[in-house]
Design a protein around this ligand. Structure first.
Ligand SMILES: NC(=O)c1ccc[n+]([C@@H]2O[C@H](COP(=O)([O-])OP(=O)(O)OC[C@H]3O[C@@H](n4cnc5c(N)ncnc54)[C@H](O)[C@@H]3O)[C@@H](O)[C@H]2O)c1
Length: 446
């Protein structure tokens, strides 16, 4: 387990080692020789930069020892916006490229950031690994569970570093809170509750219109079977269409359920169910705007996630959070980099807050300085073989919990799950949603 002090030390060490270009203390000459680009900058290409991708790639560019050299998007306007953002932040302009297949083949790229819509995450990550790149992959790591399993295999086969972008795994106070939990601060933990709330607006009824000149709709769709272009899909609203998106459960639930899974030290569940729907408005939005997913791990632990996309009433004073309940009290991980510990008598025992302000409802960049810890961990894994805070195996397990919740929601019943591998038991209809249909020629092949 990485403690907060270790963390800061590691982040500082990574930065210092990179900036002075010297051999990192404690590393043998042999391991140093094996390090990818140890003397050089890590050169990065960013894929999908309308919003989150611009925030993350600008953050990467600001890190010592990193240069963002390519910006890839199928929206020509997004490329321009991202190049300007990086130019303003660090004073150079990366090159723009439309087709990610060409970008991942570039010999001068060591790592790629993937911040496309969800249907592209796993296929793009696989292409990039096959081209020898390391990957910072935004959450959720996959659109469907079978894709997450393929990524786990591919990361081993191609021996690549793959960090999922659930950055709270690297926030110092969150780590400290989880450490305290594991050391028994609230005794045995047996229940976890997580949530996300927002005040999202309706998306209306889309009209079929000509594809705008700034967009390559064919490449935007990529692995997803072809449909007609409508005017209420791009950008961001694709989250609420099952064809490309994964709903609030994977959009925001992934972050908070991951914290519960981390703190409770559980892997695959035994039962998952879901209640909810699109209640707030009658429009094209298909995924639930209101949802409760319940997850059981044998008869030992359970956890839940509540999503309210269109009613932002907070829980425990926070629009987003994870709460652990144990024998001796409760521990809350707030939306910011902080935690609170309560006794069974409800009294606050300890509170740890971040001095860095965070807005969890900021869609693009809630916490740049904190996210830099996750980026530094990614660099340390590439340069020094450091353990990732969120490797693909861990990322897949957390993503899967929310995917199983969505599958239970869509088939309308509880799912029994094999706790050894997360697979759905005795339900062929539900298993159809384990993978997806691909546009012919775009299947993921390892
Ligand atoms: N970790 C976090 O806190 C966090 C925060 C926000 C978003 N995200 C994730 O980041 C991803 C992007 O979210 P967003 O809000 O920026 O979405 P968005 O729709 O605003 O942007 C996606 C971008 O990807 C581009 N794109 C689509 N297909 C592409 C392709 N084939 N090649 C290159 N570019 C392509 C789109 O044109 C668009 O510019 C999502 O998966 C989301 O879950 C993570």
């Amino acid at each position: 387990m990485t403690t907060r002090r270790n963390f800061i030390k590691k982040a500082a060490l990574g930065t210092a080692a990179i900036s002075f270009g010297g051999i990192i203390p404690g590393m043998s000459a042999k391991s140093y020789a094996n390090v990818i680009g140890a003397n050089d900058k890590i050169r990065v290409g960013a894929i999908g930069v309308n919003s989150r991708g611009t925030a993350v790639s600008t953050n990467f560019a600001k890190q010592k020892g990193c240069e963002v050299i390519y910006i890839c998007d199928v929206d020509s306007r997004a490329i321009g916006k991202c190049i300007n953002s990086i130019d303003q932040a660090v004073g150079y302009k990366p090159e723009g490229i439309k087709d990610l297949r060409k970008m991942v083949e570039k010999k001068d790229v060591d790592a790629v950031i993937i911040a496309t819509p969800d249907h592209w995450h796993a296929p793009a990550a696989l292409l990039a690994m096959q081209a020898g790149k390391n990957i910072y992959l935004e959450k959720p790591c996959s659109y469907a569970p079978a894709e997450g399993e393929l990524l786990m295999q591919a990361a081993k086969k191609y021996n690549r570093v793959l960090q999922m972008g659930n950055q709270r795994r690297s926030w110092p106070n969150v780590c400290e809170g989880i450490q305290a939990l594991k050391e028994g601060i609230i005794g045995k933990v047996y229940f976890g509750k997580s949530w996300y709330t927002n005040n999202r607006k309706p998306i209306g009824i889309g009209k079929e219109v000509p594809v705008p000149e700034w967009l390559d709709w064919e490449l935007w769709q990529g692995p997803a079977p072809r449909v007609a272009y409508k005017d209420n899909i791009i950008h961001y609203n694709w989250h609420w269409f099952w064809h490309w998106g994964t709903g609030e459960a994977l959009n925001n639930g992934t972050h908070m359920i991951d914290i519960l899974r981390w703190g409770m030290e559980v892997d695959y569940p035994t039962m998952v169910n879901s209640a909810g729907g699109r209640y707030f408005a009658e429009d094209d939005w298909e995924t639930p705007d209101t949802q409760i997913i319940n997850i059981e791990f044998g008869n030992k632990f359970s956890m839940s996630w509540e999503g309210r996309s269109c009613n932002g009433r907070t829980i425990e004073g926070s629009s987003v959070g994870s709460m652990f309940y144990g024998e001796k009290g409760s521990l809350l991980i707030t939306g910011s980099d902080g935690y609170k510990i309560f006794g069974l008598d409800n009294k606050l025992i300890k509170e740890q807050n971040s001095k860095i302000p965070i807005d969890p409802r900021n869609l693009m960049n809630p916490a740049e300085k904190l996210d830099a810890f996750h980026i530094q961990n990614f660099f340390d894994a590439i340069r020094e073989g450091e353990k990732l805070h969120s490797d693909i195996e861990s990322g897949h397990k957390s993503t899967l919990l929310m995917q199983l919740g969505n599958i239970a929601q869509r088939v309308g019943r509880s799912l029994r799950i094999d706790p050894t591998n997360g697979h759905i038991l005795s339900d062929p209809e539900a298993m159809k949603l384990w993978s997806r249909d691909y546009e012919p020629g775009w299947e993921m092949i390892i």
